[in-house]
Design a protein around this ligand. Structure first.
Ligand code: HEC
Length: 120
């Protein structure tokens, strides 16, 4: 009896409360990838949709470690990376939240080149 009550309560709490407490931390990997992809729309002109840049002076991001990407973005945001072409990145990094950086890093770290529809 009490087990059934317990299950009912669990279901009730789950259904009613989940929409309010679902935070970015609870995203599935697929959701985070899609969100990162959306946020990356401004980045791909330089870094490529698959994180492989078409320009020699713009770095590839595909497959890079997530923590490294987040650290690099923070460094641009905090004007700790200032050499060379860093100025190009500072403008983009300054508006990114910590969550944006995590999502973007997740995307570029996991994105693969789509070899089935390659146009080149
Ligand atoms: C106008 C072109 C341009 C755009 C747009 C751009 N980047 Fe960059 N990005 C660069 C260049 C150039 C560098 C190398 C800068 C340097 O020398 O530090 C760079 C460096 C980086 C690095 C460091 C890579 C490493 O190996 O250290 C990261 C991470 C990065 N960009 C992420 C992003 C993200 C995320 C966005 C979108 C929010 C973005 N970039 C938008 C041109 C661009």
């Amino acid at each position: 009896m009490s087990l059934i009550l317990c299950i009912k309560r669990f279901l009730f709490v789950g259904l009613v409360v989940t929409p309010f407490i679902s935070s970015a931390e609870e995203m599935t990997p697929e959701q985070q990838f899609e969100i990162g992809k959306q946020k990356a729309l401004v980045c791909i002109t330089c870094h490529g949709a698959d994180g492989i840049s078409a320009t020699e002076t713009y770095p590839n991001l595909q497959g890079q470690k997530q923590q490294y990407l987040v650290a690099a973005l923070k460094a641009y945001k905090q004007n700790q990376r200032v050499d060379g072409l860093a100025i190009l990145m500072q403008g983009y990094a300054k508006d990114l939240s910590d969550q944006d950086m995590k999502d973007l890093a997740y995307y570029f770290s996991n994105v693969k080149t789509d070899t089935t529809h390659q146009s080149q």
